[in-house]
Design a protein around this ligand. Structure first.
Ligand SMILES: [Zn+2]
Length: 485
């Protein structure tokens, strides 16, 4: 089966076309040129802004002129991942989609249905004069995947509409009405370096094999945080004996739950056996507590080469205490949206740089004031421990509004078409929608799309029958947009 012949034809025709246009994040020049040419060829008002966002306006179908204006929004770029053995240059080679049963996949690479289906939907609507809709603006944003560059850089006045429909969701039958904002709180502790007692027992201890995951989406899944586990063990040791740390390292990305952490240190030689016993007890306690979510959790303890210099006993204690006391995980659940994490924090990474410990934590919330609150709690803990700390500006969230007008239209339409209730959800991660609200606070927004799985990996696949449902739904929503007040 050729991709071009899949139904709905209009979407798959344009999807197939844009598979030929390279569009890696931050290298969107060709898709921008493609979109600009498309708008101009169709005689539509087309604007490209300084950061590379594209806007194409289309007037209302006769009879729909007095409807509220709708912005259909998607992103230009795609994540470019391929399997190790695959020869593919994302800067020049086309994506090669193929049909595999009910799924559309790409040969050895990401498919780019995230967000190629959003782009294709916009093009199909812009090109077709038989589709009924009010005044429309299609917005294609730049670099959603690696920095939301387009959404951050968009100036006031570029978008012009009352309602925004974001076409970047991945679950057919689910309507998204909120997302979390976020900010990182980083902290630094300048420690005193001392000569370590060379007659001590030097060891290296590690926590490993944890599940990890996304620090937003997965924060409520009961997974262990490697930095927290390591701090818990070291704190226990420091209560029993003299502990000096010589190295500590855990986690990497600010948006990932850390899977591994390790430390090098020393304790008095006579505590050597006790240290092993303490780790065995700790390991069995953690295995018991996290039996369901962390089946591969493991610890390691090995004798290390003596190190001449390390962190003083007092500073070791403060560092370990601070990490152990650090708030981590779900801070508050939403009262509007059952099951939604409203606010959280992730103790993302602990690193040694020069003669200082650097810690990165990341906070998220769909309510900006609560995000600031949890960030200030984190800062307060760091300050108690003598760390210098700072919270970066971050990006704003989108607080769910269960009474939104466009949500009402979207839900009614879905029920009328498919005879069932759609799921209404918010996510505990960032979407471009949150950023739009800073410049366009009046926008009434909703997000939906066909079902995608394995996004951002070569396993990315699109569930073909859901595209037809999504397309019918989108066209029906456009037809039922309320009139301007
Ligand atoms: Zn996307």
């Amino acid at each position: 089966m050729d991709v071009k012949n899949l139904k709905p034809e209009a979407i798959f025709h344009y999807f197939n076309e844009i598979c030929k246009v390279p569009r890696p994040s931050k290298k969107e020049e060709r898709i921008i040129a493609f979109l600009k040419a498309f708008g101009e060829e169709h005689g539509l008002k087309t604007v490209v802004d300084e950061v590379g966002n594209v806007s194409i306006d289309k007037p209302a179908t006769p009879g729909y002129e007095n409807r509220k204006k709708v912005i259909l929004q998607c992103h230009e770029d795609m994540v470019c991942e391929k399997n190790g053995h695959v020869e593919h240059d994302f800067m020049t080679d086309p994506i090669e989609p193929y049909v595999d049963g009910e799924w559309l996949r790409a040969k050895g690479t990401t498919l780019g249905a995230d967000d190629g289906i959003g782009i294709a939907s916009c093009l199909a609507i812009l090109a077709d004069d038989t589709i009924e809709h009010g005044p429309l603006q299609c917005i294609f944003t730049r670099d959603e995947e690696t920095g939301m560059t387009g959404a951050f850089g968009m100036q006031k006045g570029f978008m012009d509409g009352d309602i925004l429909i974001n076409l970047d969701s991945e679950d057919e039958g689910e309507m998204f009405i909120g997302c979390a904002g976020g900010a990182n709180t980083e902290a630094v502790y300048d420690y005193a370096t001392v000569d370590l007692p060379q007659d001590a027992y030097f060891f290296r201890v590690a926590v490993k094999g944890l599940t990890g995951g996304h620090s937003g989406d997965d924060i409520n899944k009961g997974r262990a945080n490697a930095n927290k586990l390591l701090a818990r063990f070291l704190y226990g040791v420091a209560q029993e004996t003299t502990l000096y740390l010589a190295a500590i390292d855990g986690g990497n990305l600010h948006n990932a739950i850390p899977r591994e952490a390790c430390a090098v240190g020393c304790v008095p030689m006579e505590y050597k056996e006790q240290l092993r016993i303490a780790l065995n007890v700790f390991t069995s306690e953690i295995e018991n507590e996290f039996a369901v979510t962390e089946p591969n959790f493991a610890t390691e303890l090995e004798t290390a080469e003596p190190v001449s210099k390390g962190i003083s006993e007092e500073d070791t204690m403060l560092i370990v205490q601070t990490l152990h006391a650090m708030f981590n995980g779900v801070y508050a659940m939403s009262m509007d949206m059952p099951g939604l994490v409203e606010t959280s924090s992730n103790l993302a990474s602990v690193k040694m740089k020069g003669e200082a410990i650097h810690v990165v934590t990341s906070q998220r919330s769909s309510i900006e004031s609560q995000r600031r609150d949890v960030s200030s709690v984190i800062s307060a803990i760091f300050r108690l421990g003598g760390f210098a700390t700072e919270t970066a500006d971050g990006y704003p969230g989108w607080k769910p509004n269960p009474h939104s007008e466009i949500l009402g239209v979207t839900v009614e339409s879905y029920k009328r078409l498919f005879g069932k209730e759609p799921v209404v959800r918010a996510i505990h991660a960032g979407l471009e929608c949150g950023l739009f609200l800073t410049q366009y606070p009046h926008l009434d927004m909703v997000s939906f799309g066909p079902t995608l799985r394995g996004v951002h990996s070569p396993d990315e696949r699109l569930l073909i029958p859901t595209v037809e449902m999504y397309w019918k739904h989108l066209l029906d929503v456009l037809k039922h947009i309320p009139e301007k007040a």
